[in-house]
Design a protein around this ligand. Structure first.
Ligand SMILES: Nc1nc2c(ncn2[C@@H]2O[C@H](COP(=O)(O)OP(=O)(O)OP(=O)(O)O)[C@@H](O)[C@H]2O)c(=O)[nH]1
Ligand SMILES: [Mg+2]
Length: 342
């Protein structure tokens, strides 16, 4: 199950109480106070992981609590500290307090750790209250309560390149051919119900990540089809690949489709229109000489001053060139970003 938004309640552990105790030993009359302090309560941490792509764990475990600290003991022994709780979240998770806009933390890299709830301090034992004028203290400090945090965890995938287009144009087929991602592929619209990520290796050690999302249709912003709710997962990309089905079977107008997609992107977040774009005509294997639609997309790309590739995701024709083109565009965007004065 793909979950990209959950409310959670995280509780850190309570601190252990301080201990009241007096030393009692054979031949040691009137031993002094020796109650130790309580252990601190455990913290709750969120930790980002790469091989996790959903917040589904929290759907079934919305409440998570770290262990309490143990009370102090005689002989000035400090209570055991409560165990910390480490909860794994996918890279791309954004943490907010429930009902608040401000972002508390944004997990951009694996291994990043956020202290979500700090454990309560353990209380002092009576040993620490002893003074020269107060030699039999019976005071102790109770452990401090832990914290309770109501948080909204939201996943926005982090990918370099996003695939967009109408349903059934071959987005999932494409990502499955150029990466190890294995989304479901089938000959009907809305096969893809959840986004997936793929890592594309090229030129030795270099790689980039691609996000495949459910198809868009006209009126998606008004909830048609699967709506635009998955568009948040391409908001963090730097390049958008528009995939267009040019096979005669589709019976669609490729230029109109392209405009519709742009409109839907704009209505979700106008900023998406400023992303670098690559136009890709797919299913060239089905053309059988009828290249009118292909020519249309090529002209469109020229007018848009966007890189253009004609491929068949099914046969693999043109995919090498496309991957090289994707890498090149991505590098250009990165270079421009680096040059931009901050
Ligand atoms: N002949 C041919 N068929 C293709 C090509 N690319 C994809 N297909 C077929 O088109 C159908 C849809 O492919 P998908 O990859 O599931 O399309 P999608 O864009 O991910 O669709 P949604 O997930 O519904 O948005 C499948 O039957 C694919 O086998 C291609 O280049 N040539
Ligand atoms: Mg798909």
């Amino acid at each position: 199950m793909f979950i990209d938004q959950v409310h959670v309640l995280l509780k850190s552990g309570k601190g252990g109480n301080g201990c009241v105790s007096f030393r009692r030993e054979y031949r040691v009359p009137k031993g002094g106070p020796d109650g130790g302090r309580g252990g601190d309560g455990g913290n709750v941490y969120l930790v980002a992981e790469t091989n996790l792509n959903s917040l589904s764990f929290f759907r079934f475990h919305p409440i998570n609590k770290a262990k309490n600290g143990r009370p102090g003991e005689g002989g000035r022994r400090q209570g055991k500290r409560g165990e910390h709780l480490y909860l794994r979240v996918p890279v791309g998770t954004i943490v907010r307090e429930t009902g608040q806009k401000a972002v508390l933390f944004d997990f951009l890299k694996p291994g990043e750790t956020y202290l979500a709830a700090k454990g309560g301090k353990g209380g002092r034992g009576n040993a620490s209250y002893a003074t020269s004028t107060h030699q039999t203290p019976r005071e102790f400090e109770p452990g401090r309560p832990g914290e309770e945090k109501e948080l909204l965890l939201e996943l926005k995938l982090i990918a370099d390149i996003g695939l967009v287009g109408f349903p059934n144009v071959g987005k999932s087929t494409l990502i499955s051919r150029i990466s190890a991602a294995r989304p479901v592929i089938a000959d009907y619209p809305f096969t893809t119900l959840v986004p997936s990520l793929g890592v594309v290796d090229y030129g030795g050690t270099a790689s980039f990540t691609v996000a495949d999302i459910p198809g868009l249709i006209e009126g998606a912003h008004a909830g048609h089809g699967l709506g635009t709710r998955f568009l948040q997962h391409i908001e963090r990309t730097k390049v958008l690949v528009h995939l267009i089905d040019v096979s005669p079977l589709s019976g669609r107008d490729p230029v109109k489709d392209y405009r519709v997609i742009l409109k839907e992107l704009e209505s979700f977040n106008p900023e998406l229109l400023s992303r670098a774009r690559i136009l890709v005509a797919n299913k060239t294997d089905l053309l059988g000489g009828a290249g009118e639609r292909l020519a249309k997309v090529r002209r469109l790309a020229r007018a848009e001053k966007a890189p253009f590739f004609a491929v068949s995701a099914l046969t693999g024709e043109g995919l090498k060139e496309l991957v090289t083109g994707m890498a090149r565009t991505l590098e250009e965007v990165r270079r421009k970003e680096a040059e931009k004065p901050r």
